[in-house]
Ligand binder design. Structure first.
Ligand code: GRF
Length: 210
């Protein structure tokens, strides 16, 4: 089955998906990669793997709705959905994977996508119900230093309108280590992410078949 991947940055999780498809540990094909940031290195990773890419730019929408960001974002999301729904049949996805995608998807996107029978999942570097939103790894690391938590983790969840709150597909705990640097924790978390993004995608695709 086809998947479309949404990215905003480095794309190390996209790379994990590209590699898993290439070595056939994931029975899927990435047919398109979309970024909301022009400078996202993940766009280079996609092109290197001969995957079509699109940069979906928020700026024109902010310019056309200077006094109303919510309207700009609504229009942006509507157009993002139609971009995906108008892909040629051989690129049309069964699943959309948000991998390092730093943009809150609104019902303007989620509703038409759901109506088309396409699932959306997101990788979030925290456990269900914890550290929703940005900089989750840093916030967990700081909570660890304050002795508030002993572990954090990573999850792949279904995307609904509420941020990082959809039904969990798969999650994995990551122990916090006394005195470890933030970079050290980030490195270990990204390792877990790269495995979980593939595992989460596999489970959802298997579920679609049934
Ligand atoms: C990862 O921690 C991801 O979960 C977060 O952004 C970081 C970078 O992801 N949303 P990637 O390297 O761009 O896939």
């Amino acid at each position: 089955p086809n998947i479309v991947v949404l990215i905003s940055g480095n794309g190390s999780n996209l790379q994990a998906l590209i590699d898993a498809c290439a070595n056939h540990t994931l029975p899927a094909r990435i047919t398109h990669v979309i970024s909301n940031r022009k400078s996202a290195y993940g766009l280079v990773r996609a092109s290197t793997a001969s995957i079509p890419t699109t940069y979906h730019n928020l700026v024109p929408y902010k310019k056309s709705h200077p006094n109303s960001i919510p309207t700009a974002r609504e229009q942006y999301d509507t157009d993002l959905a139609s971009l995906i729904l108008s892909l040629p049949a051989f690129q049309k996805p069964a699943l959309i994977v948000c991998a390092g995608w730093m943009h809150i998807l609104t019902p303007a996107f989620l509703t038409p996508i759901a109506e088309a029978g396409i699932k959306v999942i997101n990788l979030h570097p925290a456990l269900p119900g914890e550290f929703a939103g940005a900089e989750a790894i840093k916030r967990a690391w700081e909570a660890g230093r304050r002795g508030e938590i002993k572990r954090t983790g990573v999850m792949v969840h279904e995307v609904i309108a509420e941020v990082d709150a959809g039904e969990c597909v798969v999650s994995r705990e990551v122990e916090l280590r006394e005195g470890e640097s933030l970079e050290g924790l980030e490195g270990r978390m990204h390792e877990v992410e790269h495995g979980l993004i593939v595992e989460g995608t596999r489970r959802v695709l298997e579920g679609l078949g049934k």
